[in-house]
Write a protein that binds this ligand. Structure first.
Ligand SMILES: [Zn+2]
Length: 364
């Protein structure tokens, strides 16, 4: 920690003397000033008791980053390092007081943290009408974009779409991964912008175009994954086998090149294949609510997340994907609109054997 209590005052470690009686501002136990050659001065509890806000063994990155972020965000509000919030047993790494506007709690996350803990802290701040702003350190910057990151830390920022924020301590700049989406084949992608001033956040940038989805490569990969016994596909393949279908032989109308919010687990195409197979095998008349149930069931089967993440909902994205699928099926004359919903007209044709499909296509 950077701030300790002594003789009725809050003392910043950067200007502190080696005195014997510093206290933790939260639990009032004794803390000791550490002044090494590498890490700038910080305080640590002498013995790890049951302090609610203790985060010992702070890394150089975390100590430096907190101060850099306080400076970077000054244009947004008056920063306070390590503000203690006793009602929720929390200590914000940096707090921005913005007068009449909603205060912001910056959390500079450098160490691993579980989903439950992120959710508890996030709802704790929200319950106090404070805006929680998670900014991720180096360990997270090295990761490929994945659901674990999006689920815990992503939120929608006006003009920027769904976003993740990272702080680069060595360059002292903000990395913004914005317009997060999942490609049709399941890859989570984003556009990365580097911001050197906080006011850059007020000037949203356009998403960069993503490389086109190669459906032939995708079908080949599905076939090979199944031949290799990829366990992630097993449940999907089993559900289709029950209907006499073979996953890689799905009809072209169930394919898509569209991307969506990253809630689709193994990807929007697999979701469309599963839901499409069910639409044409379970019944011939569909209502809006029955199709919505099917959409949710399909999402669960492909490992998706209808509820979305801690800070965003997935329902709108699922509704959009369902509307797209139905529109494609109507356009291709497999479904008709009726007054109460949809009616199956013709069943799309599946190819029987993925192995044969692979051989035919590899020969070309
Ligand atoms: Zn303490």
């Amino acid at each position: 920690m950077l701030i300790a209590w002594r003789a009725g005052k809050l003392i910043d470690a950067s200007g502190a003397d080696r005195e014997p009686d510093y206290q933790c501002p939260a639990c009032h136990q004794r803390v000791v000033l550490h002044r090494g050659r590498v890490v700038p001065p910080y305080f640590a509890h002498q013995t790890l008791g049951d302090c609610a806000v203790a985060t010992e063994g702070e890394s150089l990155q975390h100590v430096l980053g907190k101060r850099q972020l306080a400076t970077f965000f000054t244009a947004w509000g008056v920063p306070t390092l390590e503000k203690i919030l006793p009602t929720i047993d929390q200590r914000a790494d940096c707090w921005l007081d913005r007068g009449d506007r909603q205060p912001v709690a910056l959390e500079f996350q450098c160490s691993p943290i579980g989903r439950d803990q992120v959710a508890t802290r996030t709802t704790g701040y929200q319950g106090m009408a404070v805006f929680p702003c998670w900014i991720l350190g180096e360990r997270y910057q090295r990761q490929h974009l994945n659901w674990g990151l999006v689920d815990r830390f992503a939120w929608r920022m006006p003009g920027w779409g769904l976003c993740l924020l990272f702080w680069d301590v060595s360059q002292q700049r903000l990395r913004l991964d914005h317009h997060l989406q999942q490609t049709a084949v399941g890859k989570i992608v984003a556009t990365t912008s580097w911001l050197t001033a906080v006011d850059d956040l007020r000037r949203p940038r356009q998403p960069a175009p993503q490389p086109p989805v190669d459906l032939t490569t995708y079908r080949r990969k599905l076939t090979l994954d199944l031949l290799r016994g990829n366990t992630g596909l097993r449940l999907i393949q089993e559900a289709l086998y029950l209907l006499g279908k073979n996953l890689p032989g799905f009809p072209p109308v169930l394919s898509t090149t569209r991307g969506y919010l990253p809630i689709f687990g193994r990807g929007p195409i697999l979701w469309r294949v599963v839901v499409g197979a069910w639409i044409f095998s379970r019944q011939t008349q569909w209502t809006v609510s029955a199709l919505w149930q099917l959409a949710c069931e399909g999402l669960a089967l492909v490992g998706g997340h209808c509820a979305g993440g801690i800070r965003f909902s997935g329902r709108a994205a699922l509704r959009l994907a369902l509307n797209d699928l139905l529109a494609d099926l109507v356009t291709a004359h497999y479904l008709h609109r009726t007054t109460t919903g949809w009616q199956v007209a013709v069943k799309p044709t599946w190819s029987q054997d993925g192995r044969k499909w692979l051989e035919n296509n590899e020969r070309k």
